[in-house]
Design a protein around this ligand. Structure first.
Ligand SMILES: C[S@@+](CC[C@H](N)C(=O)[O-])C[C@H]1O[C@@H](n2cnc3c(N)ncnc32)[C@H](O)[C@@H]1O
Length: 258
């Protein structure tokens, strides 16, 4: 069902993915140079960041670069607006599992918002090697160095079995185009299995929170959630001032297990 071009790209990505998995290169934890201060030209964005700093008593720029800090404020903004508008009670404590965490650069945001007792980021391509000679796990180790309750696990979530009270997925892959653009092979595209595993791993009374790119992708994901037996709880579109750079607004949805 894939085109020849897609299959060729997938083979190439599969080669590099397989190699990074075998080599498992690491140079140790990488700490970003903290920006300490942010210069935000856009007035609305600056105001929103100030409000978030105040409300959650955080200053991401104390530990992270300017770009990573602004990205964290964006995710915190999405959480703050979304959970506020949806009326969903914010769950705190317990075990939080994030699926497809990349380098888990937003772990500090999840910690700030959910205050979990334990937090795990599950990423299938944790050993990806970057141009600076560092691997994704090196970056993850740096981002988690101030979060003793957090862990980064390199695994395919479709095969991962650990119960959690809160499961989050920020922009999970649903289409061949998206996964190939991220330079992963098509063999890793199994969204139906992924959502079934979420249903299985979600503790009774737990909540699955998902963020998708735009309404069309959200509908696709919601169909998969429903097929996996997850129960729809709420949906919100939150085009906040910090998400201006996105072509499509983030669409948030909340799901329950049994
Ligand atoms: C679009 S990226 C989003 C990254 C991150 N959540 C964020 O918001 O920046 C999707 C991530 O999911 C990871 N991924 C894809 N399939 C996965 C799977 N089956 N298990 C775990 N991670 C997966 C990819 O490697 C990639 O890092």
């Amino acid at each position: 069902m894939y085109s020849l071009v897609q299959r060729l790209k997938s083979l190439r990505h599969g080669f590099w993915y397989g190699l990074s998995e075998r080599i498992r290169w690491s140079r140790g934890a990488f700490q970003e140079t903290p920006a300490r201060q942010l210069c935000i030209a856009d007035r609305k964005q600056a105001q929103r960041i100030a409000a978030l700093r105040d409300r959650y008593q955080v200053q991401f720029e104390r530990r992270m670069s300017a770009a990573t800090s602004v990205n964290n404020y964006e995710y915190l903004d999405i959480l703050d607006r979304g959970w506020g508008e949806s009326g969903m009670g914010r769950p705190t404590g317990g075990v939080l599992c994030d699926i497809g965490s990349a380098s888990f650069w937003y772990a500090a945001t999840l910690q700030t918002f959910f205050l979990p007792d334990r937090m795990v980021g599950v990423e299938v391509e944790g050993h990806r090697l970057f141009r600076d000679g560092r691997a994704r796990i090196d970056y993850a180790a740096g981002y988690l160095s101030a979060l003793p309750n957090a862990q980064f696990v390199v695994a395919d979530y479709a095969e991962y079995q650990q119960p959690a009270d809160v499961i989050t997925a920020w922009f999970p892959f649903l289409t061949p185009a998206a996964i190939l653009a991220w330079r992963l092979p098509l063999t890793l595209l199994a969204p139906a299995k992924l959502f079934e595993k979420i249903k299985l791993n979600l503790k009774p009374g737990g909540v699955f929170f998902m963020v998708n790119h735009g309404v069309q992708e959200a509908f696709m994901a919601e169909g998969l959630c429903a097929a996996a037996g997850l129960r729809f709880a709420s949906r919100r579109t939150v085009p906040g001032p910090l998400s201006k750079h996105r072509m499509l607004p983030p669409v948030l949805s909340w799901w329950r297990g049994a």
